[in-house]
Write a protein that binds this ligand. Structure first.
Ligand code: MN
Length: 325
């Protein structure tokens, strides 16, 4: 997308004095990194910024600069000139209280995202699926607007890009991504230090959850399909948290010849979360959409509020069809 397209979003942010930034439930490095990066750059310009996430700040990301700015989304949003949603493909994933969902829709002024499956909610949208992270979009936006880019802002944005690209390995990583990373590192983001925090600082329960998930990994079709399942009991017994599942579905793609990895997470009250990853031959976004989910061609997810056990079988049967046709 051409840089000109940033001008409306830049103007809206410049006009506003008080701004609320929102991101998705079960936040990842990009949800935190893009909101903190943009938030800190706006604060540096004297604006009042509140950064809300339904799940607040999780343990892994406490190292982020000014992480204390990330607050749990309240039942009622305080008054603000502008509300911006970042990195969130559907309004449901903002996890807003029902009281914030009037019939006219969620009061989102700008919807800024890189997911191709974005449902285009909100009054204005800036969706760029050619960018591998929302933090990439924000990096370009800050550079274009010539807004403050301190070492703290650079570190936040770098974490968003590094985690969403799997450390610059996933599809969507382009020359532009390295230009952005180069800019952020030149402004003070420390790649080794930030990688240590993201990849070598996990809790023991989280590691044990990964260990358990890998032990349960099943390979079908000569290893082309890999899948594993975790139950509510697994989390309780290992003392693991819902956020501790990051990296499990990706681990399923490690083996040569594996095309598709699926991770099933059974939730309380027979809910189910499905994560899908593909090495490229199979479009998992299309598969997820068949069950009301979405994502990218290489990474997608589905959520079921009820009938999780039965839905797991249905999804698994559908995935197997990809290898039998
Ligand atoms: Mn993202």
């Amino acid at each position: 997308m051409h840089a000109d397209h940033y001008s409306d979003l830049i103007a809206a942010l410049q006009r506003a004095n008080s701004i609320i930034l929102l991101s998705h439930i079960r936040p990842d490095g990009d949800a935190y990194g893009s909101t903190l990066g943009l938030g800190l750059s706006l604060i540096a310009q004297g604006k009042q910024v509140r950064i809300f996430n339904r799940d607040g700040l999780n343990n892994l990301y406490h190292f982020l600069p000014r992480a204390e700015l990330i607050e749990k989304t309240p039942e009622q949003l305080p008054p603000a000139d502008l509300i911006v949603a970042l990195d969130t493909s559907t309004e449901d994933r903002l996890g807003l209280a029902d009281s914030l969902k009037p019939a006219v829709g969620v009061p989102i002024d700008w919807n800024v995202d890189h997911h191709v499956s974005n449902t285009l909610y909100g009054k204005n949208q800036f969706i760029d699926p050619s960018q591998p992270a929302t933090a990439s979009i924000i990096t370009d936006l800050i550079a274009e607007a010539r807004w403050p880019l301190t070492a703290e802002i650079a570190a936040s944005l770098y974490v968003g890009i590094m985690t969403d690209t799997g450390s610059f390995r996933y599809r969507g990583t382009s020359p532009r991504t390295f230009d952005q990373a180069s800019l952020l590192v030149s402004k003070g983001a420390d790649p080794a230090e930030l990688a240590k925090h993201c990849y070598q600082s996990i809790s023991l329960p989280r590691f044990k959850l990964m260990q358990h998930a890998l032990a349960g990994l099943q390979f079908e079709f000569d290893g082309a399909l890999a899948h594993t399942t975790l139950t509510v009991k697994d989390f309780t017994e290992l003392g693991a948290l819902p956020e501790d599942t990051e990296g499990i579905v990706e681990a399923g793609l490690t083996v040569s010849g594996t095309e598709l990895s699926a991770f099933f997470e059974l939730k309380p009250n027979d809910g189910l979360k499905v994560s899908l990853r593909s090495k490229g031959r199979i479009n998992v976004s299309e598969l997820a959409q068949e069950f009301g989910g979405g994502g990218h061609p290489g990474a997608a997810g589905i959520g079921f509020k009820t009938n999780g056990t039965a839905s797991r079988e249905l999804v698994l049967a559908r995935l197997r069809k990809e290898f039998t046709k």
